[in-house]
Design a protein around this ligand. Sequence first.
Ligand code: ATP
Ligand code: MG
Length: 429
Amino acid sequence: LRSECKRGFFMVNDRRTKIAVLSIGDELMYGEIADTNFAHIAARLYSCGLPVERHPTVGDDAEAIASELRGLIAAADAVIITGGLGPTSDDRTAAAAADAFSRPLQLNREALAHIKRFAGRHGGEISTADEKQAHIPAGADLIHNPTGTASGFIIPADACRFFFLPGVPREMTLMLEETVLPALLALQEDTRICRTKVLNVFGPSEAEVGTLLEELASPADGVSVAFCVEFPVIQVKLRAEGEDAAAVANSLVTAAERARALLDDWVFAEDDDTIDTVVAGLLQEKGLTLAFAESCTGGLLAKRITDVSGSSAYFLEGAVTYSDSSKIRYLNVPESLLEKKGAVSSEVAAAMAVGVRNASGSDIALSVTGIAGPDGGTQEKPVGTVFISLADHDTCETRNFLFNGDREAIRTITAFSALDWLRRHLLAR
Ligand code: ATP
Ligand code: MG
């Protein structure tokens, strides 16, 4: 029985659809743009249990495209191609496909009607260039493009299916969701189910997170763990795979609980939640209001908190008080304090938090003052020195940090640290 099971397991794996993504464009080969189309397609497919196996990239060169397409017929079960379906002479994908699959380009009535409808909607006549987009390889099935003129198309070649999509990210994304993904899922003969959960961690380094989770490194029950850095966040990605949906869900919950227990309160959010949305949720839940006084972050905190829609319910104001005189004028920081302690000091940070809290009438206020560099550091207060204060009804606490990195990194981690402190403060209230 055991060997039967094992064989069954391998057979299932054997039948997994082999997927390739072919990116096309000179811009990609010259490094002028990053291949975000590929990143999107690969992530989306992976989340559906369809990992991409290979990813060639070629420029806008018809021969190179055709040769890549021919090579993929035997190497993959499904190929997604993006780029080069446009109306201009540097868009050569359809011609290359015609060559590779020996299917001459033909005027496709449906594609032409789509272009006319689309151009009509935008109030224009269609040009010869537009009409070029209606010429697709003979016998191909069209992929509807809801937001652009270029139809995509599907060509079968031996046992492999080729899905041609435009390069424009918005168009490609919609067509992937509406047509390509459902078709790929239908191709998938096996019924393996895959689920993922992401734990977002702030505080320890990637190596420390790895050490904390050592015992989870090779979990027995079909769960794997991977680490990813989205500075300053470490993402712990748990992935469970199996044939039974309930068992897969169970393994994932168990693994996530164990990981959370090992990581303690370093985990600030799960999946798509961010520090901003978590803090927003807590402020709303507790019915508390917030204000900021920022120096070295220059409004970064206010930006982040107002990135969340509905923030006017709890965020009252943020003062960017960069100069000494603005700290005196708006926050009532005593001039003598600035002279004696300097703008980057725990005393001034505290006076800023209390000052903005008094001025705004908020429940909680956070202030930030520091040296983001690369200039301005001293022996006593090197670049990366940051003071953050948190004031509420009865207390004002100040913390001193020393961060590493360039100006952007220091400002980012400063804002993040302030928000994470706020999160912990709100949880403890
Ligand atoms: P168009 O009608 O705009 O010519 P197209 O299907 O011919 O569309 P491309 O010309 O290859 O596609 O690309 C159009 C634009 O889409 C590019 O200028 C680029 O900004 C973006 N783009 C193309 N490929 C990618 C990619 N792989 N990743 C991210 N952006 C891309
Ligand atoms: Mg183009």
